[in-house]
Design a protein around this ligand. Structure first.
Ligand code: ACO
Length: 425
């Protein structure tokens, strides 16, 4: 890319000089904010493929090189050396905590983990087979019912507290939603445990209060949450920001993010991948599945493949891919779907269609196999994603609240409807 400080756009008789914004890393951005005022033109970019919607210092992705950084730290290093709670602190505060800060943060999350009894009533009102993402959306919206009246968004400490509450309570909501689906009684989180163990125990606890924690499971889940924690301006985070830009409270904003995550083109892909692997059934059927995925008339895509930004490889998929075999071995689980997934990945990576379009496995390709090995039901997979991603959503919401350039998000359109016409008769 050339090193321009400004670009000139010629629009018929008019010409406008547009400044170029220089990021710390990544593509330079042409600032088009005065384009319409000076030329009368809007710009059109369906799906925001070339449009930055905000300035952000949280996460950086280089899709061509397969790079993902949280606050500057490579995801591979965080996956190896950090913990999810440390990553959460890093995302929302900008710097890693020292030992005392990390301890205090863990304690604050534990203290905020319990939820109001009205949440149990709400969850109980859903059918047992209602989709867990529908219940999660409602339960987070219920938090805004509980906390909205007392929340002063102009107060930085209250904003921080709301963010911590969301991160602390979403695992509790998720555990309660799981238990409701299984017909198990509601229970309370064990606040003597760490974040991930607390979630696992509340989810799987037996009627007598017992649950044997397996450190391999705790570690695997912690790593999955790190990989899911943030991914800059993806569809759900952009939704949180769009809702947040209206001045809505963070609980309402995050509830909207959950609904955006649900779709199979986004976080819902982890559920869709497992269903796809089950449908393919055996490694022998992989070839015909690849043929079908290339046929545009089939309506079938290879779920867990492709990404808007990553056009080389998804570094999260690399970490998960390496971890999947290891976790299954540690847990003594033999899953034939892993063979199907491995064969499918190999077949697609050698196929001209996928190579030419730069379609690689994404974070969701293997995560479902691990969740299944951890005995998490398929319909809960996207809830697990939401649990990890809540930290990213609130980090972006917090950042947005103090952004001096923040405006209500309000795109323009290319109107293609009828010209003005008179109402006859
Ligand atoms: N299987 C088959 N073909 C695909 C796939 C796929 N998974 N993904 C993209 N393509 C093809 C498209 O048909 C298109 O082909 P064409 O150029 O011949 O028309 C080309 O590749 C480009 O695809 P687009 O849909 O334009 O790419 P876009 O960036 O809009 O979509 C997306 C990205 C939504 C992730 C897409 O790759 C997809 O649907 N993947 C499957 C769902 C999935 O795994 N989603 C999870 C994403 S990661 C996450 O959100 C956590």
């Amino acid at each position: 890319m050339s090193d321009l400080d400004q670009v000139t756009l010629n629009a018929g008789e008019k010409s406008v000089v547009l400044p170029v914004i220089k990021p710390t890393l990544g593509n330079d951005c042409v600032d088009i904010s005065k384009l319409t005022k000076e030329t009368g033109y809007f710009t059109y970019d369906s799906g925001f493929t070339a449009t930055a919607s905000c300035k952000s210092a949280i996460t950086y992705i280089d899709g061509d090189k397969g790079v993902l950084l949280y606050r500057g730290y490579p995801i591979e290093q965080l996956s190896e050396k950090s913990s999810y709670v440390e990553v959460v602190y890093l995302l929302i505060n900008g710097e890693r905590p020292d030992a005392a800060q990390l301890k205090a943060f863990n304690e604050e999350l534990a203290a905020e983990a319990t939820v109001d009894a009205s949440i149990n009533t709400l969850i109980g009102s859903f059918a047992k087979d209602a989709h867990p993402m529908a219940i999660l959306t409602a339960a987070i919206a219920q938090l805004s019912g509980i906390y909205h009246a007392s929340l002063d968004l102009a107060d930085a400490e209250q904003r921080r507290k709301a963010a911590v509450r969301l991160i602390a309570k979403v695992p509790t909501l998720s555990a309660l939603i799981y238990r409701h689906g299984k017909g198990l009684p509601a229970n309370t989180p064990d606040t003597s445990l760490d974040y991930v163990s607390r979630f696992l125990k509340q989810t799987f606890e037996a009627a007598d209060g017992s649950y044997e924690l397996n450190q391999d499971v705790v570690k695997a889940l912690d790593l999955l949450f790190i990989l899911h924690a943030d991914h800059e301006q993806n569809a759900s985070t952009s939704t949180v920001r769009l809702v947040g830009s209206t001045g809505a409270n963070p609980y309402a904003s995050v509830a909207a993010g959950v609904t955006a995550l649900w779709g199979p083109a986004h976080g819902g892909a982890n559920e869709a991948v497992l269903k796809m692997l089950e449908e393919i059934g055996s490694a022998d059927n992989v070839e015909s599945a690849v043929v079908k995925a290339k046929d545009k008339t089939s309506g079938f895509r290879l779920m867990g493949f492709g990404h808007r930004v990553y056009k080389n490889f998804d570094p999260r998929a690399k970490v998960i891919g390496e971890m999947t075999g290891k976790v299954l071995k540690q847990l003594g689980v033999q899953d034939p779907l892993l063979d199907v997934a491995v064969k499918l990945e190999q077949a697609a990576l050698q196929d001209e269609y996928f190579v030419a379009r730069k379609l690689y496995p994404n974070v969701d390709f293997y995560s479902g196999i691990i969740y299944k090995a951890l005995q998490i039901p398929t319909e809960m997979f996207t809830v697990m994603f939401a649990l990890g991603r809540t930290s990213g959503w609130v980090a972006h919401w917090l950042e947005q609240q103090v952004d001096p350039e923040m405006k209500i998000g309000r795109p323009r359109q290319v109107y293609t409807g009828s010209d003005v016409r008179d109402y006859q008769g």
